[in-house]
Ligand binder design. Structure first.
Ligand code: UDX
Length: 426
């Protein structure tokens, strides 16, 4: 067991703190947001993550997990200090690492001798080396330990990772950090700092590229009369490709892919290489939003003005409540710009405060569909797949559906009498 501090109680920090306590470490998690810390100390968690509440309650009950306000309180007894801080995208595409630098400056004079600062935040390549250079203490090491946590399944991704990446300046430091994860059964990839930082950007960028590839392939399937589900079954069976992240959709979004793609393009340019492939993927993703709009126009005689559209799903993917960079919102804004009247239903979105003012919220799928000229499935919530579409057809003004997640049964929808479109299925 080690004494660990985790600075930042967001998606990554809270998951890291709860999981490190779960595998037996003594963890203090700090955040500057007093309200959030008070909530956490009352056993409530401010985000929607499967299993997280259970682990937070387990850790606090075992007194292996506590929450404090401010980093200083957390670090004075800690041999390891995890930085799980936001590195938002700036206007020029570069990552803003201000929060990371601020915390490092605050804690480096007071952390114990030979402590290790472990950076989980996604930072531009070279950042951890420059952080180490700013710390005027030769006994402190800095390690890059990027996270690969998907929202909604972050706990599972932490406890059952495909690999743990540790970037360190020397082997002994890397081994000390690797020992923290002894209870987790996963290969450890020990590399240098810059390579660890690059692995993080490479992973997200490759996954985004894979998603955009399958979105483009779905368009090809539509044009040539092939079926994307059969094509991706054959494609994904190739071990070199793999079957995950081959699900067509309205485009990729969320708090990471867009930010990390822009950051890697910018990092490459700053380093003297124009990563044109990634620029093309970013453009293809924008075009995917337009393709979904075009599908709705095709079912409404190319005229969306004054049409009542039902948006099923607003979050950037199912099993999260996160609206950041949501493809559903991107599509909605394009529909509104063409004069459509938008009513949305999302099981995890109950307040209109976090959504564009052009969108009205309905309290149920039925309410959203009533009197609508067309419905778009934009997030793959199971509720939409399980719904009784036979009942909804009489509620709608016009039985038209654009299934931008391929979650409905095409044959069944057509037999029910819907004008139905999806992505690349025959
Ligand atoms: C991602 C990475 O997966 C994770 O490793 C990293 O740490 C953070 O960023 P997340 O942002 O939670 O996680 O979303 P993810 O599940 O990767 O999906 C990203 C986007 O791609 C979503 O908009 C999703 O709907 C879309 N997607 C994903 C598809 O359209 N098709 C797929 O097959 C997979």
């Amino acid at each position: 067991m080690s004494t660990v501090a985790v600075i930042g109680a967001g998606y990554v920090g809270l998951t890291t703190a709860a999981c490190l306590a779960h595998i037996g470490h003594n963890v203090t998690c700090a955040d500057i947001d007093e309200t959030k810390i008070a909530q956490l100390n009352n056993g409530k968690i401010p985000i929607h993550e499967a299993r997280l509440l259970e682990l937070v309650q387990e850790g606090t009950a075992k007194q292996l997990l506590k929450f404090v306000v401010g980093a200083q309180q957390a670090v004075t007894e800690s041999d390891f200090v995890f930085l799980c801080l936001p590195t938002p995208q700036r206007g020029d595409g570069r990552a803003d690492i201000g929060a990371v630098l601020e915390v490092v400056e605050e804690i480096s004079p007071i952390i114990p001798p030979r402590a290790i600062i472990i950076n989980k935040s996604t930072v531009p390549i070279g950042t951890n080396a420059s952080i180490h250079a700013t710390i005027e203490r030769s006994d402190i090491a800095v390690v890059s330990n990027p996270e690969f946590l998907r929202e909604g399944v972050a706990v599972t991704d932490f406890l059952q990772p495909d690999r743990i990446v540790i970037g360190a300046m020397d082997e002994e430091t890397g081994e000390r950090v690797a020992a923290l994860y002894a209870e987790i059964n996963a290969p450890i990839v020990q590399v240098d700092l810059a390579s660890a930082e690059t692995i993080k950007y490479a992973t997200n960028s490759f996954l985004a590229t894979k998603v955009s590839f399958v979105n483009g392939l779905a368009a090809v399937c539509e044009a040539v009369g092939a079926d994307i589900e059969l094509v991706t079954r054959g494609l994904g069976s190739d071990q070199r490709i793999g079957s995950r992240f081959l699900q067509p959709g309205p485009g990729w979004g969320g708090s990471c892919f867009p930010k990390d793609m822009q950051a890697l393009v910018r990092i490459a340019t700053d380093a003297g290489y124009e990563f044109d492939l990634l620029k093309a993927v970013i453009e293809a993703n924008e075009q995917q939003f337009d393709r979904i709009v075009a599908k709705a126009e095709a079912l409404l005689d190319q005229d969306l003005s004054e049409k009542n559209l039902a948006l099923l799903g607003l979050t950037f993917k199912a099993h999260t409540d996160d609206l950041r960079n949501s493809p559903a919102i991107e599509v909605a804004q394009r529909l509104a710009a063409k004069g459509a009247i938008l009513t949305a239903y999302d099981p995890m979105v109950t307040s209109e405060s976090g959504i564009p003012q052009e969108i009205r919220l309905a309290a149920s799928m039925e309410q959203a569909l009533t009197d609508s000229d067309l419905a778009l499935v934009l997030t793959e919530w199971p509720e939409f797949t399980r719904a009784n579409w036979a009942r909804f057809i009489s509620l709608m003004e016009g039985p038209r559906v654009v299934d931008a997640r391929n979650v409905l049964d095409r044959k069944e929808m057509v037999e029910l009498g819907y004008l139905y479109d999806d992505l690349g299925r025959t």
